[in-house]
Design a protein around this ligand. Structure first.
Ligand code: SF4
Ligand code: SF4
Length: 433
């Protein structure tokens, strides 16, 4: 244990007064084997030297102190002992969780209770307890969520941002069932799974996991709405169908070869190139990385774009989407970094003429989640899309999501000659029609 790496930088600890001093006599996180002594409003560890701010037993300090800001804690549902990172520590966010934790051996002994400031890192051990309690998933949990994603799924739902841009409408929860990360989304009277259960290293999900997921959803929904798992890839939809679940096709996502979108060579892209050349005649245009200084310009463009689109909405589905989509875009403007989104803007003079946000889907595919362009600026949409494709050369494919049954959206996506479409499915409870 003496070889344990130091997890936080010494400089960060020298200017911080969180460790070794506690607000209560019996805190949840405490140094095992050391007494706490009351000192004014606080309880101080007996080995802490108030004058120097140093630990007098540094080489003999307990494991709790050695691994902090990591700790072993019971998950809120008490079903697992988790390795957690305490975000109360100001240095915690700077720790490269995967790298540090691979080097550090932490045992699941004497787990402490869950605290609001804990962020799950990985499951260490099952406790043997089983219940229907769900654990809240927040934007701080992105690394935990990502660690369960397959190396390449191709579908947009296999990204953190896809779900959390809708946080105004849903609260998200997680539960580990037989080692699989199961994500649930909840609104007032509806609990569903926005993504099928996830297991690292592409292991197979057993039917017992699906059965437990449906049991939990049915208990929560109390018959008000039907339990369902959304955004299921084709191969897993087949497994679920064999297991007796009712499968319905949801949508198809468009997949392109990224290089072709970047170069737009050949006759089939002639019209797009013509529009791009028309755009290039604009004076003072610039393509930039999105930052918060573009927030107001993007919000103005979104407002203009939505007012035009709402007037032309062809059906109820399109109207419904347009009514709610502004909240998702605003989440992306405000929280792009926390959501793992890459944003780009196209400005003409001091105005935003187009913006786009996307996120990686594993190692091979990049997903463009939003693109909004000013229709009065000819070619702005085509120019920003081409530039975005050039920004991410490490990805072989670009996914532009589905068309939601909207004709104009479908025509636009087909115009770029997709390599293929990738279907996604919904699974409903067994025995229901
Ligand atoms: S809370 Fe973090 S930064 Fe502060 S003293 Fe403890 S380990 Fe160091
Ligand atoms: S043992 Fe040392 S590091 Fe641990 S709480 Fe006490 S003074 Fe701090």
């Amino acid at each position: 244990m003496e070889k344990l790496i130091r997890l936080t930088k010494q400089k960060a600890c020298a200017t911080c007064d969180i460790c070794c001093r506690f607000p209560e006599e019996k805190p949840n996180l405490k140094p095992t084997g050391f007494k706490l002594i009351k000192n004014k409003e606080l309880f101080i560890c007996e080995a802490f030297d108030l004058k120097t701010g140093k630990c007098l037993k540094y080489s003999k300090r307990p494991l709790d102190c050695k691994i902090y800001p990591f700790a072993a804690a019971k998950s809120p549902d008490k079903e697992n002992i988790m390795l957690v990172l305490d975000h109360l520590c100001p240095a915690a966010k700077k720790i490269n969780t995967k790298k540090e934790i691979l080097k550090t051996k932490i045992e699941a002994k004497n787990p402490i209770e869950w605290e609001e400031t804990f962020v799950p890192v990985k499951a260490l051990k099952k406790t043997g307890i089983s219940n229907d309690i769900l654990n809240e998933l927040t934007t701080s949990d992105i690394l935990f969520f990502n660690s369960y994603l397959p190396a390449d799924s191709g579908l947009s739902a296999f990204s953190f941002a896809y779900h959390f841009v809708w946080e105004d409408f849903f609260k998200f929860y997680w539960k580990l069932i037989d080692g699989a990360l199961c994500i649930f989304a909840k609104d007032i009277d509806n609990t569903f799974m926005p993504i099928p259960p996830l297991l690292p290293l592409e292991k197979t999900i057993t039917t017992a996991v699906y059965e437990r997921c449906f049991e939990i959803m049915e208990t929560q929904n109390k018959g008000r709405t039907e339990a369902r798992i959304e955004n299921i890839p084709e191969n897993r939809a087949g497994e679920l169908e064999k297991a007796g679940y009712r499968i319905v096709k949801k949508d198809e996502e468009y997949l392109y070869e990224r290089k072709k979108l970047e170069h737009l060579s050949g006759d089939k892209f002639k019209h797009i190139r013509w529009l791009i050349n028309a755009f290039k005649k604009e004076k003072n245009y610039a393509f930039k990385k999105y930052s918060l200084k573009h927030l107001n310009g993007c919000a103005d463009l979104l407002f203009k774009w939505l007012s035009e689109k709402k007037k032309k909405a062809a059906n109820d589905n399109e109207s419904f989407l347009l009514k709610n989509i502004d909240k998702a875009h605003k989440r992306a403007f405000m929280n792009f970094e926390a959501l793992g989104l890459e944003g780009r803007v196209l400005t003409v003079g001091d105005k935003v003429a187009a913006y786009t946000f996307g996120t990686p889907l594993g190692k091979k595919t990049f997903c463009v989640m939003f693109e909004v362009a000013d229709h009065e600026v000819k070619g702005a949409s085509q120019y920003i899309f081409m530039k975005m494709a050039g920004e991410f050369p490490r990805y072989k494919y670009f996914n532009t999501m589905g068309d939601e049954g909207i004709k104009s959206l479908r025509e636009n996506k087909i115009h770029y000659h997709p390599l293929k479409t990738v279907p996604e499915f919904i699974a409903y409870s067994k025995g229901k029609q």
